[in-house]
Design a protein around this ligand. Structure first.
Ligand SMILES: Nc1ncnc2c1ncn2[C@@H]1O[C@H](COP(=O)(O)OP(=O)(O)OP(=O)(O)O)[C@@H](O)[C@H]1O
Length: 572
């Protein structure tokens, strides 16, 4: 039941620029969907609306909601839905070319994964290990890779420099290049004015959802769109910023907020998603400086009485008992396993908590294929479809020998003219054909995979040499069990919601996270780790459990109970 609140109504009918900041579950995305309905139902203005977000998962969620509410225009033109990066590419780069390059430009988002291997026996590095402007090896990244060649990194740096130069002259750009290029372009006043006019002829409004993931460069672009006369709606929850790697900066965002006039700062309050105990816990999971009052529960679970549980485990490893116990708790509330995900900062930790320790596939094509097939089936239920399909496509190309390593994928797709996604039907068929049967052995699955992919092979090795037996295969394929809880990385659930959520804190990170929550730690990395926990916990509607090492339980309980709802400790 969606009865718009007055705050939501004010945003839906607001014709000017707006900066909307709100807590989780306040209806930010829902309200923007209604704003879209309002805009697109006005046939007098034929210009489009652009909906931008920052991850493919968030874009898919937005697209699905617009579709479900019958608002998705068909054809979509002149409107646009996509990631911020795609928007830049499509409207600010692709039509104009790039400086220093006479070629047609190609987008290769995985350029930073290109393999840098100056000679056959050399340890392979990736382009992301080198400074993009100078080609110099980044020392901290090299250490992480255990890279310490006897004669120094010179050969790798020369190779990287050549790759960077060749890529530019061939017109291969990734999003890092795109941003550099956009910044240069907008610095030219004549060009920027012309482009601004063109875009405001196409779009009447641009909605940027999940704007907490903007970096300062993105904010400058939004500002430019606003100055160009396009109405911008910026929607965010600064506490949910978890993309430090994009250079996202909460302070910059809050400074940007002050550039909007008072009447353009439109708040949304209340939480329509979560129970009272969960709303209180979410509030306590913010660092003390941004804690504020507890978000008021307003949705269908406002009368839910389940407490928040703290599951405590001994030792330093994340045990499978977490999933077993949480599944029972969810079942007691009648919540089926598929709607009760276990979330952790990494997919591996979440997997451990549900008893599916994921072996590191490394370069083993059998395990990579199994993971991609499992990801394909899992992703169709839980969003991230495009990423799962591209991953499966990439592995199939690796097995066939079309590409020698994962980093070559985007370049191959682009140069073979496959960006129109005509590969999709075949890859969907591969994913479906390789679904694991109930009770099927790993050997049998591998036999089927070999038979299915034993055509169009490039090179002399046999399919058996490409897809070798691996004793870890059964563990990867085990994820198929329909009674199992989904295990997910927190990044994959942004913007989503579930009846029950179990959040796992590991022995390695929980100390820092609790220090952030007690206010004694404020370094960027621990703060970001704490925000991930906040994002994960705020996906829960009725049942929230947080798993922590035993030694941390009392501290966590103290923090959460201060929100006025007593948590319950459950030793495992
Ligand atoms: N006025 C309302 N009445 C009833 N339900 C609402 C209302 N507004 C939003 N909701 C519902 O509340 C839930 C949360 O909304 P939504 O996902 O839009 O929140 P959000 O602010 O984008 O959350 P987050 O930032 O945590 O992802 C959704 O199920 C949505 O349909």
């Amino acid at each position: 039941m969606f009865l718009q609140t007055n705050e939501q109504k004010a945003i839906i009918g607001h014709e000017g620029h707006a900066f909307v900041q709100a807590c989780p579950g306040a209806g930010k995305t829902r309200t923007m969907v209604e704003r879209a309905r309002h805009l697109l139902s006005n046939p007098a203005d034929r210009r489009g609306v652009a909906f931008l977000s920052f991850t493919n998962a968030a874009v898919e969620e937005l697209e699905a909601r617009l579709h479900n509410f019958g608002i998705l225009p068909s054809p979509l033109f002149p409107s646009f839905i996509g990631t911020f990066d795609r928007f830049l590419w499509q409207f600010l780069i692709a039509p104009f070319g790039a400086e220093g390059c006479g070629q047609v430009l190609r987008l290769v988002p995985d350029k930073s994964d290109w393999e840098v291997k100056p000679f056959d026996a050399a340890q392979p590095l990736k382009l992301k290990h080198f400074d993009r402007a100078t080609g110099v090896l980044l020392a901290d990244k090299a250490v992480e890779e255990g890279f310490a060649p006897r004669n120094g990194p010179g050969a790798w740096e020369t190779h990287a420099r050549n790759m960077i130069a060749r890529a530019l002259s061939n017109g291969y750009l990734d999003f890092e290049d795109v941003r550099d290029c956009v910044a240069k372009r907008l610095a030219d006043p004549a060009f920027s004015a012309r482009l601004g006019r063109a875009l405001s002829g196409r779009f009447r409004e641009i909605v940027v959802d999940e704007a907490q993931d903007c970096n300062p460069g993105d904010l400058a672009i939004i500002e430019w769109l606003r100055v160009s006369g396009i109405k911008v709606k910026v929607v965010c929850d600064p506490n949910q910023a978890i993309y430090g790697f994009r250079g996202g900066l909460t302070d910059e965002l809050l400074r940007f907020a002050t550039t909007f006039e008072g009447v353009e700062q439109l708040p949304l309050s209340g939480n329509f998603r979560s129970s009272p105990a969960i709303c209180a816990a979410i509030s306590q999971l913010r660092p003390p400086a941004s804690r504020g009052p507890i978000d008021q529960p307003l949705g269908p679970y406002k009368d839910e009485t389940s407490p928040v549980y703290i599951l405590t485990y001994g030792g330093t490893a994340v045990p499978a008992m977490i999933g077993t116990r949480f599944q029972v708790m969810a079942a007691e509330l009648g919540i089926p396993p598929a709607q009760a995900p276990v979330l952790a900062a990494t997919w591996a930790s979440a997997g451990n908590a549900v008893g599916r320790a994921m072996p590191d596939a490394g370069n083993d094509k059998t395990l990579l294929l199994a993971e991609a097939v499992m990801g394909f089936h899992f992703a169709f239920a839980a969003g991230n479809r495009r990423e799962a399909l591209a991953r499966l496509h990439r592995v199939v190309l690796q097995i066939r020998g079309e590409i020698s390593n994962a980093g070559a994928y985007a370049t191959y797709v682009s140069t073979s003219g496959l960006d129109d996604e005509r590969w999709l039907p075949e890859i969907i068929a591969v994913g479906q054909a390789l679904k694991v049967y109930a009770g099927e052995s790993a050997e049998n699955w591998l036999r089927r995979a070999r038979a299915l992919l034993n055509s169009n092979l490039i090179g002399t090795s046999s399919i058996g040499q490409r897809l070798r037996s691996n004793d870890k295969l059964a563990a990867v394929l085990a994820e198929a069990s329909p009674t199992a809880l989904p295990a997910k990385a927190i990044h994959a659930v942004k913007g989503l919601e579930f009846p029950a959520v179990c959040v796992v804190l590991t022995a390695r990170t929980s100390g820092d996270i609790l220090n952030v929550l007690t206010g004694v730690e404020s370094a960027a990395k621990p703060v970001e780790e704490a925000r991930k926990i906040y994002v994960a916990a705020s996906r829960a509607e009725r049942l929230l459990a947080i798993a922590v090492p035993k030694s941390r339980a009392a501290t966590l309980k103290g923090i959460l109970d201060a929100g006025g709802h007593t948590t319950q400790i459950v030793p495992l």
